[in-house]
Design a protein around this ligand. Structure first.
Ligand code: SRM
Ligand code: SF4
Length: 522
């Protein structure tokens, strides 16, 4: 028997049941009602699950203080939008903060349900949306963080990412066509040469590739499908053997998401991501089904893609393709922002740049369009002491998921521990190159340990008869050109013993030296 959407109602799992009973998007019309009811009186399924269709997440760790996940297409927002987000978190005092996410996005914390109507009005006024950002929906669509600024880019992804988001979300208002997928779905497009979006870990990704047409070389994208991480299985995306010109990308997204929606596996949520369907059908059948929806055949993939650079992290000052303008990448430690920081970032973007702010999948910020003449003053701004343009070589590549502070899946605390560990390591070691260390609080892998030089995945471990917070260590993740996933090399290191283990790894594999030793040899 095949495990398809034709499964009978009686055998539906609890998620499929509640989606069949009432579409998540219906929640949109009930926000006023929930605001006056309060979170404690709400129907539990609405509160814990359906609210995620409008990007509102009940947090069992902090009941009554909700998280809101935005959609920031291509990770680009305006200073007015950042200010609107700052005003929202500001009203929650110490409980209010925001995180830049590993999908070039922002999540707000501390949100009270009674404020939702006002918050949504404010978002609407500045053109922000949270629609379809959680549960069985398509996540924030990622694109090159320096699209349109990069002299070496092959394609500016901004408009295309926006068009895909508009199609899938009905311009941010909600699109019932795509609100009952078998599970989450990730899309990324890269038009640069360094795969700055981790194309390989998305369910659907477009990477730049030229196709020969007689004497001419046509620009388009090779398509990758089926990349994903989950607690049960992690896979890099595989080539669909299909090439598309930019003008077909939106239609291809629609066709693939429709196939996933209508034929994707739903019975077992552990097996509901796109790759499981591709496994069951085989790639050829999958491609044929997509072509049927698309109404035309794909051209075979171009023999090679154009991802031939090492991945850039964009921290620091860089010249734009526009003469006289620069973009400045600020390092935001583990992506955490407070209201004051957000107001200040908005101000800096307005005073020194064009009011635009960009986010990266490494949870950092880029302020573009800064004229040469304003650079020195910007670099002297007090905020840049904390959000540095030249952080330490471990600090600059640090990524961390939310962890135990707010996430009930977490097996360990991540963000604070990640920062403390890195600071200690930098004080002991002399490093000669950045080392990308990613922390993730549980096997769901939101912090992408498999793309890191050193990935740390939260676990519980035993020592002297006690259960402790620990990590499994991943190594070998390669990003940019020839990207591939790292694998688990050591299991169950207690967090309290991690420091020397990391120190050894950095010395043995990444050319680090102990500061003491370096002094002696000198
Ligand atoms: Fe994630 C679930 C946070 C990127 C794989 N993820 C969650 C939840 C919603 C669980 C929950 O309800 O508590 C976390 C919310 C915690 C919180 O309060 O912040 C959560 N995921 C995050 C973020 C915020 C991590 C971060 O600190 O940056 C990222 C938000 C992205 C966004 O803006 O939409 C985030 N999550 C990812 C990624 C990375 C990526 O997309 O490149 C992955 C792995 C890639 C993938 O999905 O294939 C990821 N998250 C998961 C999974 C495993 C999915 C699966 O198929 O099993 C879960 C669990 C689930 O969905 O049931 C999950
Ligand atoms: Fe939570 Fe686990 Fe994702 Fe971290 S990896 S945010 S702990 S679900």
């Amino acid at each position: 028997m095949t495990d398809t959407a034709t499964t009978t109602t009686a055998s539906l799992n609890k998620f499929e049941k509640f989606k069949a009973e009432k579409d998540g998007l219906a929640i949109k019309e009930e926000i006023e009602k929930f605001a006056s009811l309060g979170w404690e009186a709400m129907d539990e399924t609405d509160r814990d699950h359906r609210l995620k269709w409008v990007g509102v997440f009940f947090r069992p760790v902090t009941p009554g203080k909700f998280m809101m996940r935005m959609r920031i297409p291509n990770g680009i927002l305006t200073s007015a939008q950042m200010r609107a987000l700052a005003e929202v978190v500001q009203r929650y005092g110490d409980d209010g903060n925001a995180d830049i996410t590993t999908r070039q996005n922002i999540q707000l914390r501390g949100i009270a349900i009674e404020d939702l109507p006002d918050i949504f009005n404010r978002f609407h006024a500045v053109g922000l949306t949270t629609i379809q950002s959680g549960m069985d929906n398509i996540r924030n669509i990622t694109g090159d963080p320096i699209a349109g600024l990069d002299a070496d880019e092959l394609f500016d992804t901004r408009e295309l990412v926006q068009q895909i988001q508009d199609m899938l979300t009905n311009k941010g208002e909600g699109n019932p066509e795509f609100t009952n997928l078998p599970r989450k779905f990730n899309i990324a497009i890269t038009g640069g040469r360094d795969n700055s979006v981790h194309a390989e870990i998305n369910d659907l990704a477009f990477v730049p590739a030229f196709k020969a047409a007689g004497e001419q070389k046509l620009f388009g994208f090779n398509i990758l499908v089926g990349g994903f991480f989950s607690a049960k299985r992690c896979e890099a995306a595989i080539p669909l053997n299909a090439w598309v010109p930019p003008e077909d990308v939106v239609a291809v997204c629609r066709a693939i998401v429709e196939v996933f929606r209508d034929r994707g596996l739903r019975a077992n949520r552990q097996k509901s991501r796109l790759m499981w369907l591709i496994d069951e059908w085989g790639l050829e059948k999958f491609r044929l089904e997509v072509e049927k929806r698309l109404g035309k055949s794909f051209l075979p993939a171009a023999p090679k893609d154009e991802i031939d650079w090492e991945k850039r992290d964009h921290i620091g000052v860089y010249k734009q393709k526009q003469p006289g303008l620069n973009y400045v990448g600020l390092h935001i430690p583990v992506g955490r922002l407070y209201a004051g920081d957000m107001f200040e970032i908005s101000r800096l973007a307005e005073v020194y740049g064009s009011g635009e702010i960009r986010l990266t999948v490494e949870q950092n910020i880029i302020i573009p369009n800064i004229p040469e003449s304003r650079l020195t003053t910007l670099l002297a701004e007090p905020l840049l002491e904390r959000f540095a343009v030249d952080p330490g070589l471990l600090t600059r590549s640090l990524v961390s998921c939310t962890g135990a502070q707010f996430c009930n899946f977490a097996l360990i605390e991540t963000k604070n521990r990640a920062l403390a560990t890195i600071q200690a390591l930098e004080s002991e070691l002399i490093l000669t190159r950045p080392v990308r260390i990613h922390w993730t609080g549980c096997p769901n892998s939101c912090g992408q340990p498999q793309v890191a030089d050193i990935g740390l995945m939260g676990t519980k471990t035993r020592k002297n008869g006690k259960t402790l917070e620990g990590v499994d260590i991943y190594m070998g993740g390669k990003v940019g050109k020839d990207a591939h996933l790292g694998t688990c090399v050591t299991k169950g290191i207690p967090c309290e013993d991690l420091q020397p283990v990391l120190q050894n790894l950095l010395i043995q594999h990444f050319g680090a030296k102990l500061k003491q030793e370096a002094l002696v040899t000198h």
